[in-house]
Design a protein around this ligand. Sequence first.
Ligand SMILES: Cc1cc2nc3c(=O)[nH]c(=O)nc-3n(C[C@H](O)[C@H](O)[C@H](O)COP(=O)(O)OP(=O)(O)OC[C@H]3O[C@@H](n4cnc5c(N)ncnc54)[C@H](O)[C@@H]3O)c2cc1C
Length: 362
Amino acid sequence: MPTVYDVIVIGAGFAGAATAYHLSRLGAFRILILEREAEPGRHASGKNAALLRQAVNDPQVGAMVQETLRALESPPEDWERKNIFRCTGSVLLGENRVLSGFAGLLQKLGAAFELRGRHDFPENLDAEFREELRAADYEALLFTPGDGVVDVAALLANYLDAARSRGATLRCGAEVRGLSRETEAWRVSTGAGEFRARLVVNAAGAWAGGLGVAAGLPDRGFEHFRRHLFLAAPAAPKLDRPYLWDTAHEFYFRPDSQGLLLCAGDEEAHPAREPAVDPRVETRLFEKLRAYFPALASPEIRRAWACLRSFLPGSPFLIEAEVGAPGFLWVAGLGGHGMGSSFGAGRSAAERAAAFLNRQAP
Ligand SMILES: Cc1cc2nc3c(=O)[nH]c(=O)nc-3n(C[C@H](O)[C@H](O)[C@H](O)COP(=O)(O)OP(=O)(O)OC[C@H]3O[C@@H](n4cnc5c(N)ncnc54)[C@H](O)[C@@H]3O)c2cc1C
């Protein structure tokens, strides 16, 4: 007989880890987290740019980012690692129309911001940054002082460790290969054995759609886009400087303890598998910097990597039960803000999971 759990969470990225974390706070549920890789965070959740950005396109996602921000600023008791957020502020450049839209959302969320015209700089920006901005190509500037950079490895570990401290089990090297619904439970087959649970949480990132189909569910039509990040090495990284995101020409950069992290804003459709680095993207990054932010014309790139952002077209995130498949919960399609929104996304998913489990309770 396979081992029986209340919940099996598939995937130990931010979606799965934050869901397991909140669920472990909501009740004494027997939780098993299955992760295919040898350790958590090998994909988007460990390779992202670590930016917490409050100005997003969707109000629900915006509210979830606020939840994460509050948790980072006043860490819950059960987090082992407390000081994991560097509040640097952010500077978004772009069209007045677009940035005004973001400002409207920030206002509704109660977040501080300054919307400025070209060459009208917020006080917090140092003289050198102002000089660099003078040479940049943009119409308006949105400064969000509460934004910043997260220690993503520590945040992921906080979620997982706190869940484990309340009895959840994390099994790495356990790839889910089959999912089938039995009378009262799901049977989950992995390379490391078979397990059963009343509820399955599909938090498998780019692989979530394929797992749904393997379980006999309709294809949800997720789309995946490859994005590269580059690490350059300037003379002295200025860690307290705001990160800069040009929303019109889509590129961003931020100081990093090892130099400067840059992104060309590339988004190329890609199948759900680990992407290779395409050297042409570095050329595209340099072209954008030369044209729109010449102060950074040719950074010396030391390292490049790529990973996938997954979206469900027409919907910000997919956090919902599968109609017609009792006990199957999606937490997928977290797109480009899945780390920053993780606390709120995990809470929302866990509340749905707990409601289902409590309804089913004998
Ligand atoms: C280049 C880039 C930069 C980004 N920058 C930011 C940023 O600055 N700020 C921000 O908020 N967000 C950012 N994001 C988005 C963020 O990283 C993602 O939204 C988030 O990490 C998605 O988490 P996830 O748990 O859904 O997916 P993943 O991190 O991919 O986790 C899914 C996990 O499921 C596991 N898995 C898959 N299949 C199986 C299986 N069959 N059995 C068992 N386990 C399985 C995988 O191994 C993986 O560990 C960025 C994304 C990219 C690509």
